[in-house]
Design a protein around this ligand. Structure first.
Ligand SMILES: Cc1cc2nc3c(=O)[nH]c(=O)nc-3n(C[C@H](O)[C@H](O)[C@H](O)COP(=O)(O)O)c2cc1C
Length: 148
């Protein structure tokens, strides 16, 4: 049976809130999914598709709750064997060059690990969007055929 893993990187809870709304939408569609805020490599291997929703902190950095996990993936070079993935980055374009830096790092890493990108990185700009959950839920809903 397919299971969508929703991996969240968050500092202040925005991305977490968005991920929970996406999870609720998947459940309403009869799909199996789980939100991970403190994931292990086991969680990562068990799911059949990957949806990352991550804000950016510092200067283009991955939020601390995902930092070590991402480092583990990088170091252990856990190959994804074409597992489908998608990444939504929550950021703020006023940060200039580091805009959505965490989302970009995650997208590049999953590509390097030979995952199969379903679509390009979704960038959600806090300067323009007051309700990131509305955009991300609509985006994730369109990806369902490729996530299951
Ligand atoms: C200290 C700090 C540093 C940030 N650095 C960046 C950054 O480098 N690039 C970016 O796009 N957004 C940056 N942001 C904006 C956040 O990613 C954005 O506000 C996001 O919606 C926060 O989501 P969260 O509540 O899930 O952490 C930063 C925000 C703060 C408070």
């Amino acid at each position: 049976m397919s299971k969508i893993g929703i991996f969240v990187g968050t500092v202040y809870g925005n991305a977490q809130h968005v991920a929970e709304d996406v999870n609720t939408m998947f459940s309403a569609q009869g799909l199996t999914s789980e939100v991970f805020t403190d994931p292990s490599l086991d969680d990562f291997k068990k799911v059949t598709s990957l949806l990352f929703i991550s804000s950016t902190t510092g200067q283009g950095d991955i939020p601390p709750n995902l930092e070590f996990f991402i480092e583990d993936l990088r170091e252990q070079f856990t190959l994804l064997e074409q597992k489908p993935f998608a990444v939504a980055g929550l950021g703020d374009s006023s940060y200039g060059e580091t805009y959505c830096g965490a989302g970009r790092q995650i997208f590049d890493l999953l590509t390097e690990l030979q995952g199969k990108p379903i679509t390009g990185l979704l960038e959600i700009d806090a300067c323009e969007t007051l309700e990131p959950e509305v955009e991300v839920v609509a985006w994730a809903e369109k990806l369902i055929p490729e996530l299951i």
